[in-house]
Each structure stands twice: as C-alpha cells, then as structure tokens.
Design a protein around this ligand. Sequence first.
Ligand SMILES: Nc1nc2c(ncn2[C@@H]2O[C@H](COP(=O)(O)OP(=O)(O)OP(=O)(O)O)[C@@H](O)[C@H]2O)c(=O)[nH]1
Ligand SMILES: [Mg+2]
Length: 459
Amino acid sequence: MNVFKHLQHQRRELTGRAFDRHLRLGVTGLSGSGKTAFITSLVHQLTQGDQPSNLPFFDVVREQRYLGGRLASQVLAVPRFPLEQNLQYLQQTPPAWPPSTTGWSQLSLQLRYKAASGLRSHLQSHSELALDIIDYPGEWLLDLPMLDMSYAQWCEFSWQLFAKTHRSAAAQPFAQLLQNTDLQDASELHLQQLTDSYKQLLTQFHQTPGAYLNQPGRLLVPGVLSGAPMLQLFPLLPQQAEQPSALATQLEQHYDSYRKHVIKPFYQQHFSALDRQVILVDCLSALNAGYAAITELQQALRLILQSFNYGPSSLLSRLFKPKISKVLFAASKSDHATPEQHKALTLLLQQLLQQPLKNSQYQAATTEAMAIAAIRASSSGFVQADGLAQPCISGTGLDQQALTYFPGDIPPTVPPQEVFEQHKFAFLPLRPLPWNDTQALPHVRMDHVLQFILGDKLR
Ligand SMILES: Nc1nc2c(ncn2[C@@H]2O[C@H](COP(=O)(O)OP(=O)(O)OP(=O)(O)O)[C@@H](O)[C@H]2O)c(=O)[nH]1
Ligand SMILES: [Mg+2]
C-alpha cells in the first residue's frame, strides 16, 4: 500500500472522528441475510435517491437540506465494494440479484447537507459527514465465536451441533471416517484428505436451509487464503481431541494460527471500531426452514452479538475505543409478506433476538427494530375473494413465473415446535422488479433506516 496515502487517509479519519464527522457503519448478518443488497440500496439512496417522494421519513431530504452524497476516493489497495456491478445485475433482463459475497470490500461516502440550525448553519454553506461501510461474506462472521473457544472446546461444540436433527444424518459418514482414522498419522496427505471430507460436509450443511453455524467460514469461502496450511482444519470427535496424538497436535496448531492470523485481524480491522450497527435477520427464511432453523439462528446470533462493544460514545471513546451507540434490528426481505404482516414480523424479530441479546451490552446503545426490504421485489395490493378484499403481493418467482398471492400470516412470537409440524411456512423468493438506474430503487422503510442511522448526524 502507498504508505503516504494510507497515513493521509488515517489522519483524515482521525480528524473526522474528533469532530464527530466520521461514522463507521457495521452491517451485520449471516450469509444470505441481505447485507450486499442492503449496502447497495443504502448507497444508491444516498447518492441518487435524494427525491423526497422516495425517502419521505428521512428528515434531511424531506426538509430539502440534503445536498447529495458522493463516493469518496479510496485507498487503492483496499478492495472496493462493487456498487456498479451490483446495480448492473438489477438492470439485467430478467433482473437478477447481486451474487453472494466472496471477499471483503469497503465503500466510503461523503455526504453533504445544510445544517438545520445552530452556529454551523450560519457560518458554513454546507456541512459534511463521512460514512464508511464494509461488506464481507456472512460465513466469516461465524468465525468470531471461535475466538472464545480452544480447539478441544470447538470440537465439543461442533459435534453437539452436528447431533441436531437437521444435521445428524449428513454428519454420520464423517463421524465414521474419523472413528476409523489413524490419529498418529499427521501427514500432509492425510490431513488434506480429511479436510476435503469435512469441506464436503460443510458445503452440504451450507445448502441445508436453517443450518447457519458452519465453521470455519474460510473453508467455505477462502478469499485470498485458498491453499493456506492452516485451512487444513476440522473438528476431531470430542474424545479424540482430548487425547494427545499427532493429528490432534497438528490440528490444534492450525486452529490457533487460524484464530491469530485470520479471525483476530479481521475482527480488529473491521468490527472493533464501529459507531453504528444494522443487524439484518432473515426471519422469513428461518420460518420456512422450520423449528430447528429458528433455534440455530438464535444460537448463531447469540454467539456473534457477544463480540461487539456497545455504549454511548464520548469524545475520548470516539477517538480511541469507539463503541456502537445505535443499533438497528432489521427483519430483512419484508416484501415477501403483505404490508399488514410487517408489525407481526417486527415483533417476531424482537422476540427472536431477546435470548441472543441477553448477555450482550446492547442496552447501552439506542435501539430500534423494524421490518424492511432494502430492494423491494414485490408490489402489494388486494384481490377479491368471497366478496372480501384479501391482501396480496405480486412479483416474479425465480423461475420467471408472474405470481399474485397471499404468502400467509406471520406469527408475532416464535411458534412452538408443534406448529411447524402442522404448518409449512412458504415465503417465496422473488426476482427483483425491472429497474433502471435513472429511477429510485424501490424499497420498504429504507428512509426510516437512514433516519435512525444518520438523522442525528445530519442536523
Ligand atoms: N425480496 C427481497 N429479497 C432480498 C432482499 N435483499 C436480499 N434479498 C434476497 O436475499 C439474497 C441474499 O442477499 P444478499 O444481499 O446477497 O445477502 P448477503 O447477506 O450479502 O449474503 P452473503 O454475501 O452470502 O453473506 C438475494 O440474492 C435475494 O434473493 C430484499 O430486500 N427483498
Ligand atoms: Mg453479500
């Protein structure tokens, strides 16, 4: 990296932080929760969508004080969020979603606005706020809990997880393989063969709806680490991990290297200095996948959310130990349901997060929960059925079939297991609506999101 440019960037950021003119937004969510779609929409709304009609609840826009946002120049060695490519996917015929993320990337925005009142509104023609956002594969987030576990504890944790109903059959052949393996053979070939088998199992889990907790994340999405020896990593059976053996020693070394050289730096670089956070949860896919999925989703969120620092940000903490002062809990993809169900979706999200948040310090931050769609893929309306107006949504299925239907009621609390045995939830995935970039991106409540996340900084 160009050292001078890097130092310049750091100095700008520190000055911005000192004057409270620089924010780092963390977008937290499991794989497929909608992070990339969210960032694409947020950035598009801030750089193109300054029409009050598209963002009616975003004060700075409604009060006509927003002067626009632009992408700030970026350090050349930092991967850039592929905004333009993502917008291209949405403009294809037929429209497509941006692909799943395979590496980290960042985007920095410079937002310009007129101050609403106070000294700044008289002295300056405009004020500026810098906003940094990073995107990363959701799989990598799931590595964070490994920081708190030793290798033996991780083996215990993994095999407890693999014993769950939606995982146990798939895990059986790998358990058998380990059972019959020579624990004193720590040769390169043996390690690689076992890792390949574990990778196959992880890939199978990854494709199982509701199997969220797949570790290590870099085995599924290696990024630049492809082929690194520390990625020869898998959990031995708990009793095998406890006994000294050549294989256990080697795996423990790989595990410790992975934590030290991959997870820790990633956490320190991207997650330890956030000011605000959006936690995206795809509750509807979890409902579709059933009871085991909901409980695993809660477990995954509980493990992840313990890793973040929450609290009010004083000047000192802003500079040296930033804490997350505002957290938005967002139920993503709410456009898969009819609008009158959004209230229940928000309640479901709140109840679902209650247990995961129990031991985190999130109460120290200001919070809000809402149902959103970063990129709305349906339109809502009513159809006449039995002389009554029934709410419905219209959109296009992944197979390009036009659909108009009532997707069903959303339970406002997590239903007990019996409900899932009797009832199948089916909130169907949709293609994005046809769109071109001269238009504002359709959304649900992104104006509320922007107001909550940025409103107080744009006054
Ligand atoms: N209808 C609808 N679908 C959405 C929305 N946002 C995301 N999706 C769907 O969810 C899928 C995953 O969204 P992404 O934004 O790629 O999720 P991600 O969290 O970035 O996932 P990873 O990159 O794998 O970590 C998309 O391909 C869409 O099918 C939305 O606002 N509305
Ligand atoms: Mg993504």
